[in-house]
Write a protein that binds this ligand. Structure first.
Ligand SMILES: Cc1cc2nc3c(=O)[nH]c(=O)nc-3n(C[C@H](O)[C@H](O)[C@H](O)COP(=O)(O)OP(=O)(O)OC[C@H]3O[C@@H](n4cnc5c(N)ncnc54)[C@H](O)[C@@H]3O)c2cc1C
Length: 609
């Protein structure tokens, strides 16, 4: 068994983890930092692998509108208000105020942000009043990852790849180390690793794999939520998960031009089903104007009336149908002239390849060619040729967890020496997360947590991990995972079905209670080790823990807000209303007597008026 001793252990090699590890070294080069990652460095996690239409990194720069000395305050207010007023204002403030510094850091280490006439180009996302989204193109996150990895390799940071953190060890509410497994070993005894450390920075990303349909890469199993919760850390806002329409084959989000081209929404029976979900009396013209607007309101949100489109796609799939976007033919009754003048104008600003009025009217494919021909090439490169009439199969897919391990202004949790950063952290984002703020979050809080851990750890006395603790862990694992019970893959698939059916776009009290019951059955079963290995089985355990937490939080929040849509009955297409001010509060979850206990709290405000 390998035993590694260090000052600070960073867990995860995405945007958050890499930035945190660098910040420790920048603060105190003498400290021994180890970065452990479940996959290969630079090749696992969302930052390294995600791609969409145009990935955004939000920052308020000197030239960002409205170009006031404190323009960042508008940014902070957007995070909080668009977020649904259920995040800590003070954390939103830290994010917004440090955006320019974080941007400059990335710019200096070589992230190729697009500039126009010498200025960093920025666009508007998700209801923000001012354009703050900096970008390199569809691969902004990948470029950030690559630049950070280059920096990491220049520093004296030990990298341990294929290493999955599976247990956190404490002494008197202070971190003292962790147990991890080598994901290449199928045997717990052979693959065990122990880290003795004074601080752990969790940066393991989100847990989209809890859902059958998701755009997460392998390994996105929310391990930090489960591990931190298991040792008494608080979680927050776990019911808020970005879910939106995406291609099931390529995982590309169908936002922006994919909607603005106005494709046909069709099921495998050839039916154009969308209209049947709209309220009686809606005209086709109104419906297609909603489809256009869906381009700028990805993912689902109570605050955007376009949520009816997500509901329609979700319910159609729940009926057992396959659902597609068809670009070959205009949808029934669609006429380009029916788009409101404001949307036609918007469309015109996006034309990069003018095919002329007649072609524009003729088909969604022509429109896609006009406003985003690279996406057609991208899809073709991923074996989906819309030019020859292939349809894009879609589903409502989980993309981002807004909540996570509850952090304070330094990124620390309620456990000393335990930090969380990036998507696994919570409290900085609300119910909705305006696009671009997740990548920003990783950088801002990456730096803050790294520096804080570096400041505090020299005075901490390192405690040793005993042989007994390791044996206890093995016994614990053997109780949960063994040679009998439900096979890990089967357990995971069942869980994902349950989460998709009851805790995705349409949430009802009845459905959530049913989900809680079925998850409990899974929780009480032993998981049988299958050919996917011990790491897969342990991940599945983590998914069961976090799913229970998501469902219980969703059950408690008996209103709609952000992506959390509650309905009185499954057959309703109109969500229960948002309950302001009663529910301008967040739900904090803590493990008490082996069960999740939920508390409702008022968020912290801004330090400014
Ligand atoms: C398709 C898509 C498009 C997106 N677009 C945008 C956008 O435009 N703008 C924006 O701001 N955000 C966007 N997001 C969200 C954003 O990209 C992520 O929130 C962010 O990259 C997460 O970074 P992270 O460092 O927290 O986690 P990740 O990048 O996911 O890294 C997690 C790391 O932890 C490791 N790990 C996991 N579990 C363990 C374990 N138990 N032990 C050890 N290591 C572990 C993984 O191997 C990985 O290295 C998008 C997300 C997706 C999926």
């Amino acid at each position: 068994m390998e035993r590694i001793i260090c000052d600070i252990l960073v867990v995860g090699g995405g945007g958050g983890g890499l930035r945190a590890a660098l910040a420790v070294k920048e603060k105190n080069p003498q400290l021994k930092v180890v970065l452990a990652t479940k996959g290969a460095l630079g090749k696992s996690g969302v930052t390294a692998l995600a791609c969409s239409d145009r990935m955004a990194f939000h920052a308020t720069l000197a030239h960002t509108e409205p170009q006031e000395p404190h323009s960042w305050k508008y940014h902070a207010q957007d995070i909080y208000e668009i977020g649904g007023k259920v995040s800590d204002g003070i954390l939103a403030e830290i994010l917004a105020q440090n955006g320019e510094k974080a941007f400059n850091y990335l710019d200096e280490i070589g992230v190729p942000f697009v500039r126009k006439e010498g200025l960093v180009d920025q666009f508007i996302t998700d209801g923000s009043d001012y354009p703050r989204a900096c970008y390199t193109g569809p691969k902004t996150a990948v470029h950030i990852e690559e630049a950070l990895v280059r920096e990491i390799l220049k520093n004296n940071i030990q990298i341990v790849e294929y290493c999955m953190l599976v247990k956190i060890l404490l002494e008197r509410n202070q971190v003292k180390g962790t147990i991890a497994v080598d994901t290449r070993q199928d045997n717990l005894d052979k693959g065990l690793m122990v880290f003795e450390t004074k601080a752990i920075i969790l940066a393991t990303g989100g847990g989209g794999k809890a859902f059958k349909y998701n755009v997460f890469p392998e390994g996105g199993t929310g391990d930090a939520y489960a591990l931190a919760y298991s040792v008494g850390a608080q979680l927050v806002n776990m019911e808020f998960i970005q879910i939106g329409i995406a291609s099931t084959k390529t995982k590309l989000n169908c936002s922006g031009s994919a909607m603005r081209a106005i494709p046909r929404f069709v099921n495998d029976k050839g039916e154009e089903f969308l209209y049947s979900y709209f309220p009686e009396g809606t005209s086709l013209k109104e419906m297609y104007n909603y489809v256009f607007q869906k381009g700028a309101s990805w993912p689902v949100s109570y605050e955007h009336k376009t949520h009816i489109i997500d509901i329609a796609v979700y319910k159609e799939i729940n009926k057992g149908n396959k659902v597609f976007l068809d670009y070959s033919t205009n949808p029934t009754g669609f006429s380009f002239a029916d788009l409101d003048p404001i949307w036609q104008e918007r469309y015109n600003t996006e034309i990069s390849n003018n095919l002329g009025k007649e072609a524009r009217k003729a088909s969604p494919l022509n429109r896609l060619k006009e406003i985003n021909s690279p996406s057609i090439r991208w899809l073709k490169g991923h074996s989906l040729d819309v030019e020859v009439g292939e349809m894009v199969q879609i589903a409502t897919c989980a993309q981002h967890f807004q909540g996570g391990v509850k952090i304070d202004e330094k990124g620390e949790t309620n456990i000393k020496g335990l930090y969380a950063v990036g998507e696994c952290a919570g409290g900085q984002h609300g119910a909705n997360r305006p696009g671009g703020n997740a990548l920003l979050d990783c950088q801002v809080f990456g730096q803050i947590t790294g520096e804080d851990a570096a400041n505090k750890c020299p005075v901490i006395q390192q405690a040793a991990i005993s042989g007994n603790e390791i044996e206890e862990f093995k016994t614990e694992v053997k109780k949960m995972i063994g040679t009998v019970g439900i096979e890990a893959l089967k357990a995971r698939s069942e869980l994902q079905e349950v989460m998709n059916q009851f805790a995705s776009i349409v949430r009802t009290e009845k459905g959530l209670l049913e989900a809680a019951k079925r998850i409990k059955v899974l929780r009480d079963k032993q998981i049988k080790l299958d050919s996917h290995g011990i790491d897969f089985a342990l991940e599945t355990q983590n998914l069961i823990i976090i799913s229970e937490i998501i469902v219980k939080s969703a059950l408690m929040r008996d209103e709609s807000r952000g992506p959390h849509l509650r309905f009185s009955e499954y057959t309703d297409n109109v969500p229960i209303r948002r309950k302001d001010p009663d529910w301008q509060k967040y739900i904090v979850i803590k493990k008490v007597n082996n069960e999740p206990e939920l508390f409702v709290h008022n968020p912290l405000g801004f330090s400014f008026k």
